[in-house]
Write a protein that binds this ligand. Structure first.
Ligand code: ATR
Length: 275
């Protein structure tokens, strides 16, 4: 039986099993997907020996993504530019690492706003952590013209802007409300606005009416940022789709079918979020 898993430390709260088990059932596949808590000190041996642990591969979550990037034998150029891995698969006696967060982000926007074209866009991205890195790499790959990167710790925004080159510039949080005036896309990649976290303080007065607004936070499903944007008439896309879409490439690697993100699946996760 083909098996995959999600690894983290801790791992209790991961919703990945719900997603992959849904697809296994949907496509009538004999397989399984488990949660495995992997202590950082055992991470390298787990990844390099993943097949002997009984798995075709795994998803990787906090705090292991950067370390797993260093451990895997092969990573594609996009994953290399992100420096973090969320999907591992074993093929031809080789351990491969992929980062599908950016793919998930772009697919989610495309399914939320059908007419979206990334080419030549100006984007404002809030946050300069791991999620931001994957999203910036993906947006640059789609041909956006300019990304204004805003972060509380400006040094981290500057570091990322330098890493990604001249299409990315950094700005202070105090410049947020002004910098959105030219935005075609506004993204929150921080945990601000998540249940139990402080709110993202933002004034959307200067936001162009066509600007698409999205948040990687999906609990609550409609963050205050998305609510404010919706009330002004801007197109909005919530963060849950990114979680669902990022899972699809891994499923294909382990189980051989590229799965569909359906409304049904979305509702299963929404039900679970409410528990
Ligand atoms: P992830 O991998 O999910 O992106 P991370 O790497 O810890 O998580 O990054 C968290 C991001 O949220 C960072 O940009 C962080 O800003 P700093 O670089 O200044 O720490 C941002 N963030 C988290 N809490 C914040 C807060 N209360 N105010 C402003 N930014 C915050």
């Amino acid at each position: 039986m083909q098996k995959a898993c999600v690894i983290g430390w801790p791992i209790k709260h991961s919703r990945s099993p719900l997603i992959h088990k849904y697809w296994l059932k949907q496509y009538g596949l004999v397989g399984d997907y488990e949660k495995v808590a992997v202590d950082p000190k055992n991470l390298e041996s787990f990844i390099l020996d993943i097949e002997n642990f009984g798995f075709q591969g795994c998803n990787v979550t906090i705090p292991h993504k950067e370390k797993v990037f260093e451990i895997v034998t092969v990573a594609d150029p996009l994953t290399q530019s992100i420096g973090a891995v969320n999907t591992v698969y074993f093929e031809n006696n080789t351990v491969y690492g992929l980062n599908t967060d950016g793919y998930g982000f772009i697919s989610n926007l495309k399914s939320g706003v059908r007419e979206i074209k990334f080419l030549d866009m100006t984007c404002v991205v809030i946050g300069a952590g791991g999620a931001s890195r994957a999203i910036i790499a993906a947006l640059l790959g789609q041909g956006v013209a300019h990304i204004i990167l805003i972060n509380r710790t400006i040094e981290k925004a500057e570091e990322l802007a330098n890493h990604f080159g001249n299409r990315v510039s950094s700005a202070k949080f105090s410049e947020l409300n002004n910098s959105i005036s030219k935005a075609d896309l506004l993204v929150n990649t921080t945990s601000l606005g998540m249940t139990g976290q402080p709110e993202l303080e933002i004034n959307l007065e200067n936001l162009p009416p066509h600007c698409c607004v999205t948040d990687i936070v999906y609990a609550p499903l409609e963050t205050n940022l998305l609510k404010q944007a919706r009330q002004r008439g801007n197109p909005t896309v919530d963060g849950l789709g990114m979680l669902l879409h990022q899972a699809a490439p891994g499923f294909e690697k382990w189980f051989g079918i590229f799965p569909k993100v359906t409304k049904d699946l979305r509702n299963i996760i929404i039900d679970d979020l409410g528990k």
